[in-house]
Design a protein around this ligand. Structure first.
Ligand code: SF4
Length: 183
């Protein structure tokens, strides 16, 4: 399996990368998988303001390089994110568009780059809507001929945060968008 792993941030990646790399993984659907090749794909146009985006991106890149992980950053497109969330900007409602634009862009990249499977580090966060993540991810993957790894990695969250704290890794205090910053 060649996995394109949408990566939201370094702390979440730290918490779950070993789970993805483990050869005896099983999805929430009970489907076994084994990762032969993984590329972390940083596409998070939701993050604002721009200096916060850069800080999270740099933190992620430093960790990926130090860990010897393959990674790529796709273009920062905040305008695409604002279009994707639409006019109803309530928490939860806008998050559906936020997931969709991120997963669809990563799926496009993955399909073009020869990857066959898609997943996200967002599946580790207890602050996210896991059902919406998996439904959106499945749709984005299926329409591009990719497999979606439906994961529930929330049990790994605390240990990942603790590890990031011990490493002195920057841990952000809000989800990502400027709307969540102000909430
Ligand atoms: S709160 Fe988080 S998931 Fe929801 S729209 Fe903002 S950045 Fe996206």
């Amino acid at each position: 399996m060649k996995l394109a792993l949408h990566t939201c941030c370094a702390p979440c990646l730290i918490g779950c990368i070993d789970w993805f790399l483990g050869s005896d993984g099983t999805t929430v659907d009970g489907e076994p998988f084994a990762v032969d090749d993984v590329r972390c794909v940083y596409y998070n146009p939701n993050i604002g303001p721009a200096d916060e985006y850069a800080r999270r991106r740099d933190t992620f890149a430093d960790y990926a390089i130090g860990r010897g992980l393959d990674w790529v950053e796709l273009e920062y497109e905040p305008d695409a994110w604002w279009r994707a969330i639409g006019d109803d900007r309530r928490f939860g409602v806008r998050c559906a568009g936020c997931y969709r634009v991120r997963f669809e862009r990563v799926a496009d990249w993955a399909a073009a780059a020869g990857y066959d499977t898609l997943a996200t580090t967002l599946a580790i966060s207890p602050w996210q809507n896991l059902d919406a993540i998996n439904a959106t991810g499945r749709a984005a993957a299926a329409t591009r001929g990719l497999r979606w790894l439906a994961c529930d990695l929330r049990p790994l969250y605390r240990a990942g945060q603790q590890r990031a704290r011990e490493m002195g890794i920057y841990r952000q205090k809000y989800c990502g968008c400027e709307l969540s910053l102000n909430e």
